[in-house]
Design a protein around this ligand. Structure first.
Ligand code: PLP
Length: 207
């Protein structure tokens, strides 16, 4: 990551590593925590609720990101556990999150997920609608939107998709960009990622 940042950007260490620990048990996660890693990503609320409260109790300063789809009936649990939700992808979820957050007074960073390749099997706001959605989330729901997130199509060069997401974030006045996984994080950093989400590169294959 540092090499890529130095090659493409200002080398200012501004790219955050989100260690994606989904499917791995606490005993596999602890060595990373011991080594000082504090930012982690999980894609299922239920799985995260099963392992992260204990880990958060043992290690200070953990920042947990939800990177998978959020059902509205899991919003309360998600808000209780996660520090950043990267997958705000629809109006109804914005409404339910706003209600839950105003009730708890908790402040959570929210990223809007953009379906950058307009793929039917992926969730996310259509690219053309992203800036209007961000504005509605802020103005009508009072949500703290700080960035955009995407997963580009698997079988194409990701660069143009990452560039498009960066453009949308600029239009929306957002600084944070969560893009890039184990296979394409260097390209994502070249295109301005502020967060890369690495699973298999850190933990090995998920089997
Ligand atoms: C699993 C997952 C990752 C990590 O993928 P790797 O290829 O293992 O790095 C990143 N982002 C999301 C949304 C994921 O679900």
């Amino acid at each position: 990551m540092r090499r890529a940042a130095a090659r493409f950007g200002d080398a200012s260490d501004k790219v955050k590593l989100v260690a994606v620990s989904k499917t791995f048990p606490g005993e596999d996660i602890s060595p990373l925590l011991e080594a000082g890693q504090r930012v982690f990503g999980e894609n299922r609320v239920q799985e995260a609720v099963g392992k992260w409260p204990q880990l958060k109790a043992r290690y200070d300063g953990v920042e947990l990101h939800l990177i998978g789809p959020l059902q509205t009936n899991k919003v309360r649990e998600a808000v209780g556990l996660f520090d950043v939700i990267e997958t705000l992808d629809r109006e109804k979820l914005a409404r339910v999150l706003a209600k839950e957050l105003s009730g708890t007074g908790k402040n959570i960073d929210l990223f809007v997920q953009v379906n950058i390749g307009l793929e039917p099997q992926k969730s996310g706001i259509a690219p053309d609608e992203a800036t209007a959605f961000v504005k509605r989330c802020r103005d009508e729901h009072g949500l703290n939107i700080t960035g955009l997130m995407c997963i580009p199509p698997a079988d194409e060069a990701p660069g143009p998709y990452f560039a498009r997401l960066a453009g949308l974030a600029k239009d929306a006045g957002l600084e944070k960009l969560s893009m890039g996984m184990s296979a394409d994080y260097e390209t994502a950093i070249a295109m301005g990622a502020t967060h890369v989400r690495l699973g298999s590169a850190l933990f090995g294959s998920r089997g």
